[in-house]
Design a protein around this ligand. Structure first.
Ligand SMILES: CC(C)(COP(=O)(O)OP(=O)(O)OC[C@H]1O[C@@H](n2cnc3c(N)ncnc32)[C@H](O)[C@@H]1OP(=O)(O)O)[C@@H](O)C(=O)NCCC(=O)NCCS
Length: 176
């Protein structure tokens, strides 16, 4: 599908960009270097401008392939990148996705993740027609648990398989 922009009010949810007007790559590199980010977001390496360019291209390709809807969470007035939110493992036939979110370390604990995920869920349960969205995190990630709670997910319990870190993985679910 074509990427969709969302205007949440406090934040502008748009595609990640690397062009003359707006280059998210330095902020992406900063965020992915943060120890908490590295501990809990394991699938990507974004250490250089080239890796950041690839990351942005991957996200666009995932929109095109109906695999993942993702948004850069940006400050409306300046376009500055604050974080990213997404609906991954997208299955439009089953009406299912899994929530994904991170916030730049300098911008945490002021409600950005919860607000942005709320907007992504409204899009998921509205225009996308999803019926259920999971939220999974490592047990020690208490800020992530707070986001799941604030966004109206219900705690299902521990997954049978641990996370790749060896930590228990906790699953929450929200239905339409
Ligand atoms: C987990 C993560 C996304 C949370 O982002 P965030 O923007 O800080 O989250 P929020 O601010 O929406 O909520 C988290 C906590 O911040 C605090 N908070 C939120 N709004 C606040 C405000 N206005 N004033 C003070 N504290 C606030 C609260 O303690 C909240 O928990 P609570 O609901 O129990 O009170 C962020 O810590 C992160 O990027 N971590 C690294 C990557 C990661 O773990 N991603 C998730 C993988 S599952």
């Amino acid at each position: 599908m074509e990427p969709v922009e969302l205007n949440e009010g406090s934040y502008h949810l748009r595609q990640l960009r690397a062009d003359r007007r707006l280059d998210d790559r330095p902020a992406l590199i900063e965020a992915f270097a943060d120890p908490a980010h590295r501990r809990y977001v394991l699938n990507y390496r974004v250490r250089t401008l080239d890796e950041a360019t690839e990351y942005i291209a991957l996200r666009l390709a995932q929109w095109a392939g109906d695999e993942r809807c993702s948004w850069a969470v940006a400050e409306p007035a300046t376009g500055r990148l604050l974080g990213e939110v997404g609906l991954r493992e997208l299955d439009l036939v089953a009406g299912y996705a899994e929530a994904a979110v991170w916030v730049h370390p300098a911008e945490r604990r002021r409600g950005i993740a919860s607000t942005a995920l709320d907007a992504a869920l409204r899009f998921g349960f509205g225009p996308l027609g999803l019926r259920a969205v999971s939220y999974r995190y490592e047990e020690s990630n208490t800020d992530s648990a707070a986001v799941a709670r604030r966004c109206g997910f219900t705690r299902i319990g521990q997954e049978p398989e641990p996370a790749p870190t060896g930590e228990p993985l906790i699953r929450w679910l929200r239905t339409a």
